[in-house]
Design a protein around this ligand. Structure first.
Ligand code: GAP
Length: 466
């Protein structure tokens, strides 16, 4: 087995063993392409969503949130182009083993499994059909959304008017999307049910040459005069910074300009932010210049005027859209791969002559599911156990914590390192005399004694120090 698939196996196994991610419907032999997030997985997922929301919405004045429904009028998907060839993959089937493949993922014109002959390619639409109401006929047909952003476009006027927004501004949303992918796979990389974090930035369309010259002079000082391409570059940089800030190494992240023939049907320009997964460079996020594709089409299909009127300039136009779109599951997978580290020969003190390999999940402290583990040094001393439980009660309203008294301290450190807990707090005999505890840092392995009265504040500071 090669190193990359070994690493993948280790990550998949850790996820199952420690409650991050389980295969869906496992007791019924699984349901390919769907996964369930366990107790630690849901914490990690929530922290990623919170980190994105804080960066895109909370810390800015010009982006507001939305939570639109998954089911929408089927007209939405006619207008968006998703029901036509624009959102279809080319599918081929093996005439011998009947497995199906995406044409653009094949390296040769043979079945990759049994080398059998393949059928001619045919278009396969990725929208998931469903029926609303008791009668399953054409009139009741709609679709599970394939991207969250369509809910943003059809609410453009509602948000604009209710929040008194002025262009340029953005609307952000996090939610589930569904695609009938032909070849889901690589663990949670390509799923049929997944979650997206999308932000749609509404800006002035490209100016005519004369206005552009006029605007050009003010461009450096006033972002209102930026062209869509300036915003595109701005958002690409912002998004790249976000991954680096949350621990992705520079050498594992890149932005790739997508040529016209490979772009999504709505994109005038597209950059994929790619992460170096164990199975190669793959997209985690798309930055798209969608032009006026969506708002123009929704205006046409709904017969509602979705243009924007600028009072100051007495100018009316359909806004231009720059989109940032990242999968929650896919970015979570990238953060897990980046954080996974095997330390050959071990890192904690052990009495064994030959130390085993140990693993540590070096997740950013803001993302890690559990912030502190609380250990009584021994479990057969009631005073120590009582104190440790009091400390757990003191910390848990502030941070996600866990209490662990099973096994040696070395083992407990190892269990905590494996799931990325940044701080392990030990309550020992000195605690009873001095009212202090030992805090051990996951990354530096340094230990320091902290007074219990200062514990909450110290942890808050340490957790926000990145
Ligand atoms: N609204 C634009 C849009 O949906 P996309 O490039 O099709 O663009 C954006 O998807 C992101 O959503 C991808 O970069 C990926 O992170 C995530 N994504 C798309 N399809 C996915 C799938 N089948 N499974 C998991 N994540 C997916």
């Amino acid at each position: 087995m090669n190193k990359a698939s070994n690493l993948m196996q280790e990550i998949v196994s850790l996820c199952k063993r420690r409650g991050f991610i389980f295969p869906s419907s496992e007791i019924y032999n699984g349901f390919r392409s769907c996964y369930d997030f366990g107790s630690l997985g849901v914490e990690l997922k929530n922290n990623i969503k919170q980190a994105w929301w804080k960066n895109i919405v909370q810390n800015r004045q010009d982006v507001v949130g939305l939570d639109a429904s998954i089911l929408m009028s089927p007209k939405v998907w006619e207008a968006s182009g998703h029901l036509t060839a624009g959102f279809a993959d080319e599918l081929v089937e093996c005439k011998s083993c009947h497995k199906r493949f995406k044409l653009d993922e094949l390296k040769e014109n043979k079945c990759p499994e049994c080398k059998g002959e393949l059928t001619k390619p045919r278009k396969f639409n990725l929208m998931m059909k469903t029926f609303v109401g008791p009668v399953e006929d054409k009139a009741a047909t709609t679709y599970l959304r394939a991207e969250t952003c369509q809910g943003i476009y059809i609410n453009f006027l509602n948000v604009l008017n209710s929040m008194r927004m002025k262009i340029p501004f953005g609307i952000a949303q996090i939610g589930k999307s569904f695609r009938n992918e032909i070849t889901p796979g690589n663990f949670i990389f390509r799923l049929r049910e997944f979650e997206q974090m999308e932000m749609q930035w509404f800006c002035h369309p490209p100016a005519s040459k004369t206005t552009r010259n006029r605007r050009e002079t003010k461009r450096e000082t006033d972002a209102k005069n930026w062209e869509p391409d300036d915003w595109f570059n701005y958002w690409k940089e912002e998004r790249m910074k976000w991954y680096l800030d949350f621990g992705i190494k520079k050498e594992n992240l890149r932005a790739v300009e997508i040529p016209e023939k490979d772009r999504a049907h709505y994109a005038k320009r597209q950059i994929d932010i790619e992460y170096k997964f164990p199975f190669g460079w793959k997209e985690v996020e798309g930055i798209h210049d969608r032009g006026d594709w969506d708002l123009s089409n929704h205006s046409k299909y709904s017969k509602k005027d979705l243009s924007y009127f600028n009072e100051a300039d007495k100018e009316k136009y359909i806004p231009h859209i720059i989109e940032t779109s990242v999968g929650v599951d896919r970015s979570l997978f990238a953060f897990l791969c980046e954080a996974y580290e095997e330390v050959k020969g071990g890192r904690t003190k052990t009495t064994k002559a030959v130390k085993e390999s140990e693993m540590v999940l070096r997740l950013d402290k803001r993302l890690t599911p559990i912030k502190a583990s609380i250990f009584p040094l021994v479990k057969n001393k009631p005073e120590i156990v009582k104190k440790a439980k009091q400390i757990f009660d003191l910390l848990k309203p502030n941070f996600m914590c866990q209490y662990d008294e099973a096994g040696s301290i070395g083992r407990r450190y190892r269990r905590a390192d494996e799931i990325g807990v940044p701080f392990a707090i030990t309550i020992d005999f000195d605690t009873l005399k001095q009212d202090d505890v030992t805090i051990r840092d996951r990354d530096t392995m340094k230990q320091e004694r902290i007074k219990i009265e200062n514990l909450v504040e110290t942890l808050k500071q340490k957790l926000n120090s990145e």
